[in-house]
Design a protein around this ligand. Structure first.
Ligand code: SF4
Length: 427
């Protein structure tokens, strides 16, 4: 076995896992190939977080099985094997019988590979793989100890487990060696970072340490911040530290207090509104991203209307939406008054359109402004970069004519709005 092809589904957390898989496989002298036809083993790093993701992943796996090469192996890794047994899934998806490996963790994958490949002695161990990207996600904790009623993640990822600060610092040092210019802190939830460590620490301490250690790192971005964990100290740290992007992703899930209570989110409409006001007062240019669930069991037209009103009034900069899905084993799946698929899809469409208008108008207001961007990639005759208010892949890009060098901070003026992207011109 000499080559592997790695396909990653799902969120940025899975991208970090994939990097680690690729890195560890180097120890077995197996090289990553970008051509699926050349791969001896195709590894799918799956996402089984919600039913629609499971279906989507399985469709791709079915097509991989149908088109696989004569001696090619197909391995399914990660969330789906962690959440579902192969025997049970085969009953519904018989083509899965042809899977060569159902790997819950790296040890399963390693054992499978060991059988056909002996480990190369003395191979060089790196802390992180070269990501070939000016930004990198850094996972600061695994698992989740929250009890959100709609979510399956704590069942198969286990309780919240922070990584030691020293390990994170080492990882960032390795990324900087590979010219990474922006790091994006991720976890299922980032603001509870360090509370489980002995001695206890916090996200604020971690950020301060990163800033002290790497003064050359100009962007640190915080994702997945639970509203209850956004302390005054954290707000001050974002405000007073130019290395930290004035940007925060706060998955709010809903605004109606009754629904939030049923979701086990432990905050209210009033608290959310106070938090957003406080953040904007302390950091006037802060960009806020959020995600919301529509069609949660019992969500009435009036409660959905409240969410729309909130978005209009509070003008969240970027927002993503999910239609509620009944995930087996969750408390929310057993709740009465489930909304029909038709209602959920109708609300999803409506709320996306509403937010699109808000984000488009916000983009219009940026035309003429001069901003600093990090150049991310070239495509045809254009360079795509991001300002502090744009997270890769989800908040749009700044599109500039011409092929500029990647991984550089440059000044641009916004010249137009091509939603979700903005057009820019180098200053
Ligand atoms: S915070 Fe809630 S939604 Fe997020 S992973 Fe934990 S349980 Fe799931």
């Amino acid at each position: 076995m000499t080559n592997f092809f790695l396909l990653t589904f799902g969120c940025p957390k899975n991208e970090v896992v994939s990097e680690n898989i690729a890195l560890k496989l180097l120890e077995f002298n197996i090289q990553q190939t970008l051509k699926i036809s050349e791969a001896d083993i195709v590894i799918t790093n799956t996402c089984g977080f919600i039913t629609s993701a499971l279906e989507e992943n399985l469709q791709t796996i079915e097509s991989l099985i149908k088109n696989k090469g004569k001696n090619q192996k197909i391995a399914v890794f990660g969330c789906i094997p962690q959440r579902f047994s192969l025997e049970n899934l085969i009953l519904k998806y018989p083509y899965l019988k042809k899977i060569d490996l159902w790997a819950k963790n790296f040890i399963d994958l390693q054992d499978f590979i060991k059988k056909s490949q002996s480990k190369i002695e003395g191979s060089k161990l790196l802390t992180r793989l070269n990501t070939f990207s000016p930004f990198a996600y850094v996972e600061i904790a695994e698992g989740c100890s929250n009890t959100c009623t709609y979510c399956t993640i704590p069942f198969f990822k286990g309780p919240y487990k922070s990584k030691p600060i020293e390990q994170i610092i080492k990882e960032i040092a390795s990324l900087i060696e590979y010219s990474v210019q922006e790091i994006i802190l991720i976890a299922q939830e980032t603001t509870f970072y360090g509370l489980d460590l002995n001695p206890k620490t916090s996200l604020t301490n971690l950020i301060k340490k990163i800033c002290e250690q790497f003064p050359q790192l100009l962007r640190i971005r915080i994702m997945y911040a639970h509203p209850n964990g956004i302390t005054d100290e954290l707000i001050e740290t974002i405000k007073n530290n130019p290395q930290v992007c004035p940007y925060i992703d706060i998955p709010l899930q809903h605004i109606d207090t009754k629904i939030l209570k049923s979701m086990n989110r432990f905050y209210s409409e009033e608290k959310v509104k106070q938090l957003i006001t406080k953040l904007r007062k302390a950091i006037p240019n802060i960009a806020i991203r959020s995600t919301f669930i529509v069609g949660y069991p019992g969500e009435s037209e009036a409660q959905f209307g409240k969410l729309k009103k909130f978005l209009k009034e509070y003008q969240i900069d970027h927002a993503g939406f999910f239609a509620f899905e009944k995930e087996s084993g969750t408390k929310a799946a057993r709740l009465k008054h489930q909304n029909s698929q038709q209602i959920k899809q109708k609300r999803l469409k409506e709320i996306y359109a509403l937010q699109e208008n808000i984000s488009k108008q916000k983009n219009d207001g940026l035309v003429g402004k001069t901003l600093s961007i990090l150049t991310d990639f070239n495509d045809n005759d254009f360079t795509y970069g991001r300002t502090y208010f744009q997270t890769p892949e989800i908040d749009g890009y700044i599109k500039i004519k011409g092929q500029l060098e990647i991984g550089k901070y440059i000044k641009i003026t916004i010249t137009g709005n091509e939603y979700p992207n903005l057009l820019g011109k180098r200053v």
